[in-house]
Design a protein around this ligand. Structure first.
Ligand SMILES: [Zn+2]
Length: 307
């Protein structure tokens, strides 16, 4: 389900599995929260992404912390990139402290998520063509107790009822294994789970185990020097592919800050996925089918409910 309507998963092509293409300022949120609202530059960057071979992108900003479904639809229309929006919740610091969801019951949270998946994102319901969410995004904290429990349970209930994909922000990979247990205990299928930012915890044994469990692992530190990708991300990627786990990986650039945008801050930009990253995968000898899987097919199949 893209912001412009349903599309066969076979037509998603090269797909960035975790990114941000619009974040409105959020009054009352933590002052360090990212803002990404330069419409023309973002549109230009999306066009560059498409011209470089990118076709689709998952936008990971849920409602209440800067998402604007109407703008996402305009960006998709203007750029020709298939954008897939999310419902769910991000880390609390990105919202005003009194955001309604933190006081809601798990049932209320589930109803809200289901409505955004089935009817439309709340900010688009007044429009003639509401924009539907294509997946659920949630955020874990480093400590399990710090995660808003009712919202978490609501997300699991919505995932069971709709079979939507759940993209899970992890704090550097922390408590990823607890999340797998939690969701499968509540009836969510392993193939519905995408564990994000896992390359910040480059533990090959753990990653192979999570892959065999059936979860998809998302890696995105290609342009984050602080995580030393040449010593962590790339050897991990190679080892996972050699272990036969390329069908459990999804790659992304997660440009949550405008400085990472090429057209705004001179950063690597959205088009680095179909250019620099794809080229590096070829240079390092990854087989073409594995490259296609990691750059789109894996996430596309799972969005469609396939394994
Ligand atoms: Zn993100």
């Amino acid at each position: 389900m893209t912001v412009l309507g349903p599309l066969s998963h076979e037509r998603l092509g090269v797909t960035d599995a975790h990114n941000h293409v619009w974040i409105s300022p959020v009054p009352g949120a933590d002052p360090s929260s990212p803002v990404l609202d330069q419409f023309d530059s973002i549109q230009q960057e999306l066009v560059e992404y498409r011209l470089a071979g990118g076709a689709s992108l998952l936008d990971c900003q849920p409602g209440g912390c800067g998402r604007d479904g109407n703008r996402l639809a305009r960006l998709a229309w203007a750029s020709g990139v298939n954008l897939i929006a999310c419902t769910g919740f991000h880390r609390k610091k990105y919202y005003p402290p009194d955001h309604w969801l933190w006081a809601a019951s798990s049932d209320q949270a589930a109803q809200y998520f289901i409505s955004e998946l089935e009817r439309g994102l709340s900010e688009t319901l007044a429009s003639a063509t509401p924009v539907r969410a294509g997946f659920i995004k949630i955020a874990l904290e480093a400590d399990w107790e710090d995660i808003p429990q009712a919202a978490l349970e609501g997300a699991a209930m919505a995932a069971v009822q709709t079979r939507a994909l759940v993209e899970i922000h992890t704090e550097k990979g922390e408590v990823a294994e607890d999340a797998c247990r939690y969701f499968s205990d509540l009836g969510v299928l392993p193939s519905q789970l995408v564990l994000c930012h896992m390359d910040k915890r480059p533990d090959l044994g753990l990653h192979a185990e999570l892959a065999h469990f059936g979860a998809l692992l998302e890696y995105d530190t290609f342009f984050r020097p602080k995580y030393d990708p040449s010593r962590n991300l790339w050897p991990l990627l190679e080892a996972m592919a050699q272990a036969g786990c390329a069908d459990s990986l999804a790659l992304a650039t997660d440009l949550a800050e405008s400085a990472m945008y090429h057209a705004i801050g001179g950063g690597p930009g959205l088009q680095s996925l179909p250019t620099l990253i794809k080229r590096q995968l070829s240079v390092r000898g990854f087989p073409e089918p594995a490259i296609r899987q990691m750059l789109g097919e894996n996430i596309a199949r799972r969005l469609a409910g396939l394994t």
